[in-house]
Design a protein around this ligand. Structure first.
Ligand SMILES: Nc1ncnc2c1ncn2[C@@H]1O[C@H](COP(=O)(O)OP(=O)(O)OP(=O)(O)O)[C@@H](O)[C@H]1O
Length: 265
């Protein structure tokens, strides 16, 4: 009997990797030697007390905030460039290139008020990716149908409910076909009766295998339902992480237990 040769399979490198990242706002250190990675296609939720640094992690990934020390890569591409200029230690072109792979949905929808829904979604693929108008519009129409707003394409943001505006913002982020989609408390600014429609769109996206998602949310039930991994974040570091079932039913760290007791009642 011949022995079957074992083929070494390299595990895929993480799509997001923070290695020893330090982020300060003046004298305040928000992330100190922060290490964190996300696998391709993984859905990860950050939960934790207010002010612990969760949004800062997303904003750094979106290139909205520079960091001072350490290394961050997206699909192997470093954020810092050799010879890049401060505060990002990168050129504007390099930052734009990174940003084109990352989509972000903010708490306050941030739509352009003077543009129709369709134009809000079409604008970035047209200007940043340079897609022909017809192609960009087809893509936008498909995405608006996906979020259930095909009939609202000629409306202006002010004519929509908060939940509808947030669904447009999701379509807009997806129009760039990002590798990574970031959600920063996407339902916090919504009336309770509008939360469900936005969560249902995000839930649909979570079933897409290729899309990597990183979410900051205070919706614990939702975090439990959509995440592959939940990270409890406290004072700029991940105190505990694991599968949602385990984190929510048997948290190991006293701080996680205390936090969950306070938010779940
Ligand atoms: N632009 C800024 N300038 C100065 N300090 C800032 C800035 N942005 C955030 N901070 C501070 O950094 C810390 C982390 O903020 P961050 O928004 O990341 O926390 P968070 O965990 O997302 O909080 P929340 O759940 O309330 O959104 C806070 O103390 C905050 O006040």
């Amino acid at each position: 009997m011949t022995e079957t040769a074992k083929v070494a399979i390299d595990p895929q490198p993480p799509i997001i990797e923070f290695a020893g990242v330090t982020k300060r706002f003046g004298a305040l250190t928000v992330l100190d030697d922060f290490n964190f990675s996300v696998a391709r296609g993984e859905k990860v939720t950050l939960i934790g007390p207010s002010g612990s640094g969760k949004s800062t992690v997303l904003r750094i990934l979106m290139t909205l905030e520079p960091f001072q020390e350490g290394r961050l890569t997206l699909a192997g591409m470093p954020y810092h460039e050799e010879g890049g200029h401060a505060p990002f230690k990168a050129s504007d072109g390099h930052l734009r290139q990174i940003r084109s792979h990352v989509g972000m949905v903010f708490q306050s929808f941030n739509l352009f008020p003077h543009m129709t829904v369709l134009r809000n979604v079409v604008e970035a693929p047209l200007r940043v990716l340079g897609l022909p108008r017809g192609e960009a519009e087809c893509r936008a129409v498909d995405l608006l149908a996906m979020v259930g707003l095909a009939d609202k394409k000629d409306h202006y943001p002010a004519q929509l409910s908060g939940g509808q505006q947030q669904r447009v913002a999701i379509a807009r982020a997806l129009a760039m076909r990002p590798r990574v989609l970031l959600f920063d408390e996407p339902t916090s600014a919504l009336d309770p009766q509008l939360v469900g429609e936005v969560l249902s769109v995000i839930r649909g996206l979570a079933s897409e295998h290729d899309l990597t998602m990183l979410l900051v949310t205070h919706e614990m039930r939702f975090a439990r339902e959509v995440s592959d991994r939940v990270c409890f974040f406290d004072k700029g570091r991940i105190c505990e992480q694991g599968e949602p079932e385990r984190i929510f039913s048997a948290p190991e760290q006293p701080r996680t237990r205390e936090f969950l007791a306070s938010v779940l009642g």
